[in-house]
Design a protein around this ligand. Structure first.
Ligand SMILES: Nc1ncnc2c1ncn2[C@@H]1O[C@H](COP(=O)(O)OP(=O)(O)O)[C@@H](O)[C@H]1O
Ligand SMILES: [Mg+2]
Length: 223
């Protein structure tokens, strides 16, 4: 079986209500380990919904999703969120950082529930911030940083649990051109390390670098 597998996945918001939305319709796909996969398609086509389901942040309405042979469908909420913590790192479109909190604390936040001591958390966070080119910025909070820098803090946070799947939602929509170059460098390093990278994007620079491009139209996978 492929590393990630979606079988006939549907996501219907507000099912059977007058304002029902079919965000995903019958999506089946396989993703191999260590690949860089982009989901493209117009706004509203279901990209965020699909990567959120694969990233264990949301659940499908129907169909099955497997990660590394494990069926996510019948997992309890606790088991699903524990799988998310172990295996996936998600970089949100708006970064979801906490304003007023130093970069290192933002990065190390996911380690708090694991009972890791502050010294160790800070050490790990500073190491990851260095990796994304922010070695001098660990005491700065998000509002003191550019869009590209905030995104790199968000990437460092996504890496803090050493996940093997990194998911990024439209990562070039809130950053400038120089930051796009840096992002591509970071992603190729991660790929070399054996991470599987999934992304929602319609940015030409990103599409050029992808191994596989899937296209969504009105919730259906058309390519
Ligand atoms: N929580 C929600 N409740 C109802 N409809 C939603 C919700 N989230 C997304 N949708 C709808 O689902 C469709 C797909 O959305 P989304 O996955 O965000 O698309 P994309 O990321 O490609 O822009 C859109 O029509 C959107 O309005
Ligand atoms: Mg989206």
């Amino acid at each position: 079986m492929s590393f990630i597998r979606c079988e006939c996945v549907w996501k219907i918001y507000n099912e059977a209500k007058p304002y029902e939305v079919r965000a995903l319709e019958d999506v089946s796909l396989n993703i191999e380990k260590d690949s860089f996969v982009i989901f493209t398609g117009p706004s509203g086509s279901g990209k965020t919904t699909l990567i959120s389901i694969i990233g264990c942040i949301d659940r499908q309405t129907r169909g099955r999703v497997y990660i590394d042979g494990k069926d996510l469908t019948d997992l309890s909420d606790i088991a699903l969120s524990s799988l998310r913590q172990k295996r996936t790192g998600f970089v949100f479109q708006n970064f979801n950082l906490i304003q007023g909190l130093p970069a290192w604390e933002n990065v190390s936040m996911p380690l708090i529930p694991m009972g890791i001591k502050e010294n160790n958390r800070k050490h790990t966070a500073i190491h990851l911030l260095k990796r994304v080119g922010l070695s001098e910025r660990h005491e700065h909070s998000p509002e003191e940083m550019s869009g590209g820098e905030q995104q790199r803090v968000a990437i460092a946070r996504a890496l803090v649990n050493n996940p093997d799947i990194i998911i990024l939602d439209e990562p070039t929509s809130n950053i400038d051109v120089d930051a796009v170059g840096l992002l591509i460098d970071i992603l190729s390093d991660l790929k070399r390390e054996g991470k599987t990278i999934l992304m929602a994007s319609h940015d030409e620079n990103m599409l050029k670098n992808a191994d596989i491009i899937h296209e969504l139209k009105r919730g259906r996978l058309v390519k």
